[in-house]
Design a protein around this ligand. Structure first.
Ligand code: G6P
Length: 609
């Protein structure tokens, strides 16, 4: 989703800004722009399409400035046009970039128009630019104007403002959309994501909700929600600088699929051994909380939600703890009941998903005993807002379609199952099975990745298809859901997932030779039931692709193509069976020639609701 980069320096900052935007491209966007102050001149260049189009439009005349802001836009209010792209200006003097949505923009627009401000775009963001200009008429001071103007904004914003009459300063404000300040020597930077700034600094200050900051070349002043000046901690980033490289792979998604054995090794390192789960891995006080936990509520969106649904099967079956899972955008707008001794678990790759964050804030006020965030980004809003946190250590994930973030979430949730099960008389045998499963998981995934060539060949059969059906049972049902999501996200083939016991209740009507049916079939206690479902499809002329354990005894024939998945311990089967489905969606998208890493209309981090 939208990305922000800003810089105030002695050197020309245009290349820093463009590189920052390139490093945020993975988030998904449809247009890009940059505003620069050179002496007293304000230049703004905007283009629809990729950052490359913007870079091509920059020349010696419009590409100079020691202070600048840049933006990649993912349209919410107003179509994808150059006029709607950021930065937006007021009075040819102030320039603004913004992530989020100003919900009361219509009211503000009417008020500002009445004051004589002329609007040239359909965006909510333009109201920020004119609001600042209006406040400047009163106070004459940029910081003061932002502090006052933000009080009139409803909704979410991460915004940066500059004024060509005070060229050595940027003023930034954060509420509901993340912003990070990057500290240089004699120059300072800011961005919506630290990834953008790793080529220029590793020292960061993460702004908190309600913060407003004034940034010059050699100073950073931060004011909290009450307008009081505050100090915020400086954090040395441990994120790898080259996390943005494709490492020889054709796409980030393929690289990230193949990284899974390594990141899974990291995810379990120091946390689990032959003796079981290590003490204290969920943070201080976690064990006390787990001891009292009788109910778990999981809240998440997208792929993270699928990890949550898988965990429900594990928590109830292995840990003997009741669990419900809900999509964050549903949870936040309905009344729900909180049982006694309830633990709230949020799952998120980014830790910045607007709906998940809002759901957490709401839940914190409604009687949950404690909150735990399972997240891939240290210092993210979700981690900071949760009482307990557990980092998944997947490393930066660039492909919009989540892969390694998902499998590390599953590993984290298996560890949570062990941690909770310990207090609920989990049988030693079950505990040992999960522990061994987790320890052997990286190797098992390496083995499973060996299916790539076979799956690449199979993907050919999907290239002319428009619809598909994914089937699974038990804890493989959410894996089927995740497989369907992957396929629709990147190949644009309509894909639906069903718990295969539901076939008779509707989807059988869709079966014909034009609709491939993908079946996830490990060798578990539901295998015989699943086999009956497969026969129902066969009897109606369906064509099936079955990912199965060798002991499941499926045979390829003219209606069924079987891919043998390495045999694995039942507890880790959902993680293992995720891999072939990721590979299938990747190779189908490759054949279809879609934009694998940045699929149309989608964003990596959804920071608006
Ligand atoms: C977007 C991404 C998905 C992700 C979802 C939730 O839709 O494209 O890949 O699963 O957001 O994101 P989160 O960062 O909260 O896991």
């Amino acid at each position: 989703m939208c990305g922000i980069v800003g810089a105030v320096a002695e050197r020309n900052v245009v290349q820093i800004l463009l590189e920052g935007l390139r490093r945020l491209e993975y988030r998904g966007y449809d247009s890009a722009g940059v505003a620069l102050i050179n002496n007293d001149d304000l230049s703004i260049v905007r283009r629809i399409g990729k950052v490359k189009e913007l870079a091509d439009a920059i020349n010696d005349k419009n590409g100079k400035g020691t202070t600048g802001i840049a933006h990649t836009r993912w349209a919410t209010h107003g179509g994808v046009t150059e006029l709607n792209a950021h930065p937006h200006a007021s009075q040819a003097r102030f320039a603004v970039v913004h992530n989020g949505i100003i919900e009361n923009h219509a009211t503000l627009r009417t008020e500002l128009k009445a004051k004589g401000y002329t609007f040239v775009s359909d965006t909510d963001t333009e109201t920020i630019a004119h609001s600042i200009a209006a406040q400047m008429e009163i106070s004459g001071d940029l910081l003061q104007s932002v502090l006052t103007a933000v009080k009139t904004f409803e909704g979410a914003y991460g915004t940066v403002v500059m004024d060509k009459q005070t060229p050595d300063k940027l003023v930034v404000a954060r509420s509901g959309s993340p912003l990070v300040i990057g500290l240089g020597i004699g120059e300072n930077f800011l961005a919506s994501d630290q990834m953008a700034l790793l080529p220029v600094t590793r020292r960061f200050i993460f702004l908190e909700e309600g913060d407003v900051a004034q940034i010059t070349r050699d100073s950073v002043e931060i004011y909290d929600i009450n307008g009081d000046q505050v100090e915020r901690e400086i954090i040395e980033s441990t994120v790898e600088h080259d996390a943005g490289d494709k490492g020889g792979y054709r796409h980030y998604m393929l690289k990230e699929i193949h990284e899974q054995p390594t990141v899974l090794r990291n995810a379990i390192k120091g946390r689990i051994s032959q003796d079981g789960l290590q003490q204290g891995i969920f943070g201080e006080g976690a064990d006390e909380v787990f001891k009292q936990t009788d109910y778990v509520k999981i809240i998440a969106c997208g792929t993270s939600y699928h990890a949550g649904v898988t965990a429900k099967y594990w928590l109830e079956q292995y840990a003997n703890v009741q669990c419900d899972v809900e999509i964050a955008s549903e949870f936040r707008y309905r009344r729900s009941f909180v049982p006694q001794n309830a633990l709230l678990v949020t799952i998120s790759q980014s830790g910045e998903t607007a709906d998940t964050l809002a759901a957490l804030k709401l839940a914190k006020q409604s009687g949950y005993m404690s909150s735990l965030s399972i997240c891939n980004v240290d210092g993210s809003s979700l981690v900071r807002e949760s009482a307990l946190s557990f980092l998944t250590r997947a490393g930066a994930e660039i492909g919009v379609a989540s892969t390694k973030a998902f499998t590390t979430q599953l590993a984290a949730l298996l560890m949570l199952t062990l941690a909770l099960g310990k207090h609920k008389e989990m049988p030693t045998e079950t505990e040992q099975q999960i522990v061994e499963g987790l320890i052997g998981l990286p190797t098992k995934l390496e083995e499973t990745l060996g299916l790539a060539i076979e799956i690449e060949d199979l993907a050919e059969e999907f290239s002319d298809k428009h619809h598909s059906l994914f089937l699974g049972r038990g804890e493989q049902y959410p894996i089927a859901m995740e497989g369907a999501l992957k396929l629709k996200e990147i190949s644009y083939i309509h894909a639906e997932a069903y718990a295969s016991g539901e076939l008779k209740h509707g989807p059988l009507a869709l079966i014909d030779a034009e609709m491939p049916v993908i079946v996830v079939a490990p060798n578990n206690e539901l295998l015989e039931k699943l086999k009956s479902n497969v026969e129902e499809v066969r009897a109606r002329g369906g064509i099936m692709y079955v990912f199965a354990d060798k002991d499941a005894h499926f045979e390829s024939d003219e209606t069924m193509r079987v891919v043998q998945v390495p045999h694995c311990n039942e507890t880790i089967a959902p993680v293992v069976y995720t891999i072939p489905l990721q590979l299938l969606s990747y190779y189908v998208a490759l054949i279809k020639g879609t934009d694998v890493d940045q699929p149309r209309n989608l964003a990596k981090s959804v920071t608006v609701e």
